[in-house]
Design a protein around this ligand. Structure first.
Ligand SMILES: Cc1cc2nc3c(=O)[nH]c(=O)nc-3n(C[C@H](O)[C@H](O)[C@H](O)COP(=O)(O)O)c2cc1C
Length: 345
């Protein structure tokens, strides 16, 4: 029904943003969870029925996990979650351009805080119907010198409830956050988080007498606005510290072919080329070190063919936010049908 007729694209963006999850909740209320199996994948003992999932920011407060599970994603990402609840940045925070299929946001991690997210995660059956990634961030009032404390708080609290952590220091909407990606800062910032994650997993396994599967994997979400040298340092430092993979990429400050305010991040079609370039570079930089590391591609994945292209380029998993806005929530089904028709299952 929604293949050609997409009424939400004619509503003001803020209204669609509120109505989308509501529609999804109503639609999915009496529907069973949907397993769409194509290109199944196991990584670090975590099973994915298919490699296409939701990107960070779509379900900031873990409100819509049940709803999305009826639509057939291979995995879900919740967050960005911060230790303490916070409001969005002031002023305009969201815009959409239907012509260029672009989104712009300057949200700044509005969320209810980690304790509220945990209340919702507690209602889920274990094991989860799909893997759940928790994207974690810092509160905007926390200075960069203390940023790791916020991430460590989230790691400690969320360890029993999620399958993978995504360390987000690539959003352009929290002042100074991207400075943590700079080579001089990255090691000092990441090392204590990696250590805290090991401790949190060990003590969870011990307290609950569960089989020790090692620490919860940590992925680093990377900005598209880094040059090759910086990307190389980011990957090298993260490999050295035992980071398990990367999400490429967050939104961009570039404004090629779109006219949005200069602050804030752009996603959707205008991000596609840069996101692909970063994926290509990451595959080349990693080379032999690729084994067991996870590469997740996101940014401008708008069609089933875009999903297949990212996988062919070397991504293990693919995520989308904008395609779910411009194409609607049946995108997972559309991609799975094409994948199976092409024999990619
Ligand atoms: C409205 C909006 C909010 C977002 N919020 C977050 C967020 O909280 N954390 C995060 O890591 N990425 C966030 N993102 C970035 C997406 O996860 C993704 O990296 C980016 O949108 C590129 O994918 P896309 O082109 O499929 O949208 C947000 C994107 C949009 C459009």
């Amino acid at each position: 029904m929604f293949k050609h007729f997409k009424p939400w694209l004619y509503f003001p963006v803020q209204m669609s943003h509120k109505l989308g999850p509501l529609f999804l909740k109503i639609y999915s209320r009496f529907r069973p969870y949907q397993t769409l199996t194509w290109r199944p994948f196991v990584w670090n003992g975590i099973e994915f029925n298919n490699p296409l999932g939701t990107a960070g920011g779509l379900d900031k407060n873990a409100d819509d996990i049940h709803s999305w599970w009826t639509m057939g994603p291979g995995f879900l990402e919740i967050g960005t979650i911060t230790p303490i609840s916070q409001e969005p940045n002031p002023g305009e925070i969201l815009a959409r351009d239907n012509n260029t299929q672009a989104l712009w946001n300057k949200m700044g991690f509005p969320n209810e805080g980690v304790d509220q997210a945990i209340q919702k995660l507690k209602t889920l059956y274990q094991p989860h119907f799909t893997p759940i990634f928790a994207n974690i961030g810092k509160n905007r009032t926390t200075p960069n010198e203390k940023a790791q404390d916020d991430y460590i708080t989230c790691v400690h609290k969320l360890t029993p409830y999620v399958d993978v952590f995504v360390v987000n220091i690539s959003s352009p909407n929290t002042s100074g956050l991207r400075d943590l990606l700079l080579p001089d800062n990255l090691k000092n910032f990441l090392a204590p988080i990696v250590q805290a994650n090991e401790e949190a997993s060990n003590s969870y396994n011990k307290d609950n007498d569960v089989e020790d599967k090692g620490p919860t994997p940590i992925l680093l979400k990377v900005s598209p606005d880094v040059d090759t040298e910086q990307l190389k340092s980011i990957i090298e430092i993260s490999c050295e510290l035992g980071i398990d993979g990367w999400i490429l990429t967050n939104t961009t400050l570039e404004r090629k072919g779109v006219s949005f305010p200069s602050e804030g991040g752009v996603s959707g079609v205008p991000l596609a080329e840069r996101s692909k370039e970063v994926l290509k570079q990451a595959v080349a930089i990693l080379g032999e070190r690729r084994k067991n590391k996870l590469l997740v591609s996101t940014g401008g994945v708008m069609t089933p063919e875009d999903v297949f292209e990212r996988l062919e380029m070397g991504a293990d998993l693919v995520q989308t936010y904008s395609a779910l806005v411009f194409n609607g929530p049946f995108f997972f089904r559309e991609v799975a049908d094409k994948a199976n028709a092409f024999g990619l299952g």
